[in-house]
Ligand binder design. Structure first.
Ligand SMILES: *Cc1c(COP(=O)(O)O)cnc(C)c1O
Length: 339
């Protein structure tokens, strides 16, 4: 492997040595295959290319101060990929095949797990695609499941600082009864134009409102929304939100901290009442939000001190990170150590 500058990694693709693959054909999954190729060969009429039969996952492996490599909650990613597969009629990857592939991909690329003090991690990207040919719209008979890994830098280069989000009613990410709750590429294609506009205007992401009525807070771009109000952790409940494993983990932590959890519809007027707001997901754990601009109505909402993240968000962020890096005991059974 070539020398990697661990301290200056960003969130971009870096080649590693191996990826692992399994193919579904004639009604069964193949044995895991180890590959050194970065290329995929498939039929030009593959359903992923034409009709969007594609789902992906994202999780991380962390090297702790003890030198051990820990993968966070991969069983949950395995289950979620099955739900995504179900939702767009793809063949489900068996849970054991998924977790075996993740572990193997990490084992084969151990040299690429960034050292503890870099703050970086190994990002793991499982992918499931319809790879068999169809011209008429129908699910593929063949599927390819692949796991690759790539080292990524810490999300916050300038520290754990609040960002701005933008509300716009001009775009929807997902339909009310659509695929918003599935981790499928189509949702990302649908949100790229809005995301690009937000970035150009200096926002970290778009805060989507519900597509039907534009009354309730929905998804925070590629992350879940949460807010702190007094003693409560509030996160929206809707059919178009992706069930974030980070959010699920934060909910567990806040409950143990003695906070109340509310998962419910969150009317956007409630933004006036929040003490802290954040977006959560694997990439950043928590991305604190200090300001939300409703660009259609020319109105801004502010949360706490513009330069610093709120105390509860900070505590949660540190706590979850400490578990991921093995600095705190794994009392929830979230960690798989890979040797
Ligand atoms: C992946 C994803 C998230 C975050 O999920 P995690 O399991 O916490 O990484 C949130 N929203 C969307 C739309 C996503 O695709």
């Amino acid at each position: 492997m070539s020398k990697i500058d661990w301290g200056n990694l960003s969130f971009s693709y870096i080649k590693t040595d191996y990826n692992v693959r399994s193919y579904f054909k004639n009604g069964q999954w193949s044995e895991l295959e180890e590959s050194t190729s970065e290329q995929l060969t498939m039929h030009m009429a593959a359903t992923c290319l034409h009709y969007g039969q594609e789902s992906f996952e994202g999780l991380k492996a962390f090297k702790g101060p003890d030198g051990k490599v820990r993968v966070f909650r991969m069983d949950e990613n395995a289950k979620r990929m099955q739900q995504s597969a179900d939702g767009i009629l793809m063949q489900k990857v068996p849970l054991e095949l998924f977790t075996k592939a993740v572990v193997r991909a990490v084992q084969l690329n151990m040299d690429y797990v960034p050292p503890y003090d870099s703050g970086a991690a190994l990002y793991i990207r499982p992918l499931l695609i319809g790879s068999g040919p169809k011209v008429g719209v129908s699910p593929s008979d063949e599927y390819t499941f692949l796991v690759f890994v790539t080292p990524v830098g810490p999300y916050f280069k300038e520290g754990f600082k609040p960002t701005k989000q933008m509300i716009s009613r001009k775009f929807d990410r997902a339909a009310p009864q659509g695929t918003g709750h599935l981790k499928v590429g189509g949702n990302y294609a649908a949100s790229m134009r809005a995301g690009e506009i937000a970035h150009k205007e200096g926002y970290s992401s778009v805060l989507y409102l519900d597509s039907r009525e534009k009354k309730y807070i929905d998804e925070a771009g590629p992350a879940n929304f949460f807010a702190i109000k007094g003693n409560k952790y509030i996160t929206p409940l809707s059919n178009s939100i992706l069930p974030s494993i980070t959010n699920m983990s934060l909910i567990q932590l806040v409950q143990d901290m003695g906070l109340e959890v509310e998962r419910r519809r969150v009317p956007m007027e409630e933004l006036e009442e929040f003490d802290e707001v954040g977006a959560c997901g694997t990439a950043a754990v928590i991305s604190p939000v200090g300001q939300i601009d409703d660009v259609d109505l020319g109105k801004s909402y502010h949360f706490g001190d513009p330069g610093t993240a709120g105390p509860i968000s900070t505590k949660l962020y540190n706590k979850l990170k400490a578990i991921q890096y093995g600095k705190e005991p794994d009392k929830y059974g979230w960690i798989t150590i890979v040797e």
